[in-house]
Design a protein around this ligand. Structure first.
Ligand code: DLZ
Ligand code: SF4
Length: 508
């Protein structure tokens, strides 16, 4: 009896659970470009084009490999517009009543499949080292779900960077060696770029037509769209950038949009690269003496530590996670997140690059746009929707814990032990953005004061009841409390005035 095998846009690998369990001789693969997925947030056009092109290339490969594939293009006349709708349409066409799918990475789509009037079996997505059950076993009974101990278990489990039972080099984590400030220049020319082929050009024309007015530039489009290209891009990065990645992981430099970052998240999440193979490629460079330990450990930690941990949190915390807002932040997202029209150079730079590349690295996301949103008290669900829309690597399973939890502290500390807030000092130390800014990072109040400086204290003051007892924040409160009272009052007044101007839509 044949079944339908659903393959979603971010499941484009023959190692996906549903394909591994399928029978090439009798089952029918279903892949569908649908309006529901393309519009549930106003995705960046590059993100939509990437996913559609990856899907079309993967469908062609499956057909070449002998699979029967039903593929719906977005502009097909009989497209029902939703994933369950397409499953039902093909079930009807082929007279089948059962479907096999790999668990989607968003609660929204899981619910839609579970509610579909069709017998859909969901298999767990095993592109992760830790199954749901393993993560639950690790998390249950723990007071704090911190990534570090989980990460060590994953190192032991994979044997990556292990020296017998001990961590390579004697330490598990070289994070302290991943924080060099911005270098003067960057030797790496950026990620490997690919010229769109005919399939991608067709997708680009479609996306231009249907989503051309979404936030962000569709062209130039140079992402890898099939696994062979993604592997070449990875090898290129390992050779040219990985050796410097560790030192400058947290640095930001005007005009250098990628520094030494790999952008492999884009390819891993979609299925083009296998996470363990990526880690092994990095480890091999270390073993061969081509890349230092702080770079390779820092990179591997992101994949077998952070990526796994974040996914565990998303499924453990459940569908209500994205609506959490323990700090009661309600301010709407400022317009400059969409048009970069702000005098704050750090934000203008990050938003402009996001518009043009659908990419910004983790510190730009966390300490510039994320930090500002948290300091300014922006509604976390608006912040969440923005990140989900504008980054080409964003799916809810990975984006929500990073934004709602890590960046906005809206989950009350499930992910982060303290809010990731900083004044302008951190940005000044880690970047050269402040050099070209209309504000002065050294000015703490009054004319020309860096808004991050003002909002930082206002945030601490606003949330004193929640954070002043946190030992990791005692220093900050100590500094604030030692300031003269009239100075404190002036800072709070200036912060209020700034937010008022921002709320009124004035350029800030
Ligand atoms: C993000 C996305 C977009 C834009 N379009 C599609 C689509 O048309 N068809 C599809 O199968 N998947 C798409 N995706 C990816 C899904 O939204 C993704 O599988 C879920 O968000 C779960 O991670
Ligand atoms: Fe950003 Fe403040 Fe530096 Fe301007 S001065 S770039 S607003 S941190």
């Amino acid at each position: 009896m044949s079944r339908l095998i659903l393959v979603l846009g971010d499941q484009c690998t023959s190692a996906i659970a549903a394909l591994k369990a399928a029978d090439k001789g009798s089952d029918i693969v279903v892949m569908a470009e649908v309006a529901d997925e393309a519009t549930y947030v106003p995705h960046h056009p590059k993100k939509i084009a990437f996913i559609f092109s990856v899907m079309r290339h993967f469908a062609a490969r499956l057909r070449d490999d002998g699979w029967q594939v039903e593929y719906t293009k977005l502009d097909d006349g009989d497209n029902t517009g939703s994933i369950p709708g397409e499953l039902l349409r093909y079930a009807d066409k082929h007279g089948v009543s059962a479907a096999l799918a790999t668990e989607p990475g968003e609660h929204r789509l899981i619910a839609a499949l579970e509610e579909a009037p069709l017998d859909v079996t969901l298999l767990e997505d095993d592109r992760f080292l830790a199954s749901h059950a393993e993560f639950e076993a690790w998390a249950d009974g723990r007071k704090d779900l911190r990534m570090e101990y989980f990460y060590r278990d994953m190192r032991r489990k994979t044997g990556l960077l292990m020296d017998g039972d001990a961590p390579e080099g004697g330490k598990w984590n070289y994070d302290a060696e991943n924080r060099k400030p911005a270098p003067d220049g960057v030797s790496h020319k950026g990620p490997m770029e690919f010229t769109p082929d005919e399939t991608t050009e067709e997708v680009l024309a479609l996306v231009e037509d249907r989503f051309g007015s979404n936030y962000g530039d569709l062209r130039p489009f140079w992402f890898a769209v099939e696994s062979g290209q993604a592997k070449r891009a990875l090898a290129h990065w390992v050779t040219h950038a990985l050796p410097h990645f560790g030192d400058y992981q947290d640095a930001m430099l005007t005009g250098e949009r990628f520094l030494y970052h790999s952008i492999t998240s884009l390819y891993i999440h979609a299925g083009l690269l296998d996470p363990l193979e990526v880690c092994k490629a990095a480890e091999a460079a270390y073993r061969a003496g081509d890349a230092p330990l702080n770079a390779v450990e820092g990179f591997i930690r992101q994949i077998i530590g952070w990526r796994e941990y974040i996914r565990g949190i998303y499924f453990r915390e459940g569908p209500d996670y994205t609506s959490r807002n323990v700090l009661n932040h309600t301010r709407p997202l400022p317009e400059f997140y969409w048009d970069a029209a702000t005098d704050m150079a750090c934000i203008a730079e990050t938003v402009t690059q996001t518009m043009e590349e659908a990419y910004a690295h983790h510190i730009q996301r966390l300490m510039v746009t994320g930090n500002f949103a948290l300091l300014a008290g922006i509604d976390p669900s608006e912040v969440h929707d923005w990140y989900l829309a504008v980054y080409a690597d964003a799916y809810e399973w990975v984006e929500a814990p990073n934004v709602i939890g890590m960046s906005q502290f809206a989950d009350g500390g499930v992910v982060a032990s303290k809010p990731y807030v900083s004044s302008g000092n951190y940005i000044a130390k880690m970047s050269n953005y402040c050099d070209g800014c209309a504000y002065d990072v050294k000015t703490k109040l009054g004319e020309g004061a860096c808004p991050f400086n003002l909002l930082y204290w206002a945030f601490l003051d606003r949330h004193r009841a929640r954070f002043s007892k946190n030992p990791r924040m005692a220093n900050m409160y100590g500094t604030w409390d030692r300031m003269k009272e009239d100075r404190r009052a002036q800072v709070l007044e200036d912060a209020e005035a700034f937010l008022r101007r921002m709320d009124q839509g004035a350029r800030v």
